[in-house]
Design a protein around this ligand. Structure first.
Ligand SMILES: Nc1ncnc2c1ncn2[C@@H]1O[C@H](COP(=O)(O)OP(=O)(O)OP(=O)(O)O)[C@@H](O)[C@H]1O
Length: 287
């Protein structure tokens, strides 16, 4: 397996008004070529700083970094053409239309996707002649993605890509991301939506206070796959009962007997969600 990104011992501190913050405090990370990797963590955890170093926008204080085989700190234009970046909240106040803007940017890349293909991919074909200033928030975000993938990047950085999307637009966006992965694009995603990480990511990395706590597949993070299940049902007295168990099948069998094989009211069997294990990992007590 080849690695699109390899990071070891990464450190970055900021000093403002004589106060020093270790934003990234010894991060090791590797992202396989062709996978979708989601970086999760609370506000201020160090995600953006890490990603900006990988993108070549920030200098590190210490550590080794390789992105598509090069050090982002010294890599040149050829390397830059191989990565795509979708930043948070970009604002473009130009008076160009969607199509004009895509055409203009395509001149910067040797093998750019055409404007029609891009608009089709991100679902903006109906807005080809709309001015950028006339797009809604969600449409603007799609435009950002179109600009990020214009040069057919091998590695795409997506920073909180679906903030402000309605549920339908999010699903469409996820399909687009899966399509890009199917075409071989490696994707590094930062998101605060745990359902998004679960739906898209092959692996997730949780970062807190500048340190990586765990890297795993979404279904195994925090020992999720082996965690106790919760069986819930409504008792004939009307009380909602919750039973924590490592043998939920056995528990359901006993309940079936107790209910004479009739329907068990409001029966559910659930394992902890990705959000449950994530919140536990970053030290938020259960609700
Ligand atoms: N330019 C800067 N100058 C000083 N401190 C900074 C700077 N950028 C980030 N920091 C600090 O570094 C720490 C990590 O910030 P960073 O933006 O990397 O976090 P994040 O995980 O991306 O957060 P969010 O989820 O809010 O985007 C925070 O304590 C932040 O205040």
């Amino acid at each position: 397996m080849t690695q699109a990104v390899q990071v070891s011992g990464l450190r970055k501190t900021y000093t403002t008004k004589k106060v020093t913050t270790a934003a990234v405090d010894g991060v090791d990370l590797s992202i396989n070529t062709g996978e979708i990797f989601a970086l999760l963590g609370p506000n201020g955890a160090g995600k953006s700083t890490t990603v900006e170093i990988l993108e070549g926008y920030r200098h590190r204080d210490a550590g080794e970094v390789s992105v598509l085989g090069e050090d982002p700190q010294t890599a040149g234009t050829r390397w830059r053409e191989r990565i795509g970046i979708v930043l948070q909240n970009t604002k473009d106040l130009s008076l160009l239309t969607v199509r004009e803007s895509l055409r203009t940017f395509s001149y910067y890349y040797p093998n750019a996707r055409g404007a029609d293909e891009l608009m089709e991919l991100v679902g903006l074909s109906g807005k080809a002649d709309a001015k950028l200033t006339a797009l809604s928030g969600g449409q603007r975000r799609r435009m950002d993605v179109a600009l990020g993938i214009i040069g057919r990047p091998e590695l795409l950085f997506l920073d909180e890509p679906t903030t402000g999307f309605d549920p339908e637009a999010r699903r469409q966006f996820w399909d687009l991301i899966r399509q890009l992965r199917a075409d071989g694009t490696t994707i590094l995603l930062t998101t605060h939506y745990l359902d998004e990480a679960e739906a898209l990511a092959d692996r997730v990395g949780v970062i807190n206070a500048g340190k990586v706590i765990e890297v795993n597949t979404p279904d195994r993070l925090g020992g999720r796959h082996g965690a106790e299940a919760t069986v819930r049902y409504r008792d004939p007295s009307g009380e909602l009962v919750s039973i924590g168990t490592n043998t939920p099948t056995e528990t359901v069998r006993e309940l079936m007997q107790r209910f004479d094989n009739a329907e068990i009211p409001e029966l559910t069997v659930a394992r902890p969600s990705l959000e449950d294990v994530y919140l536990k990992m970053i030290g938020v007590p259960a609700a």
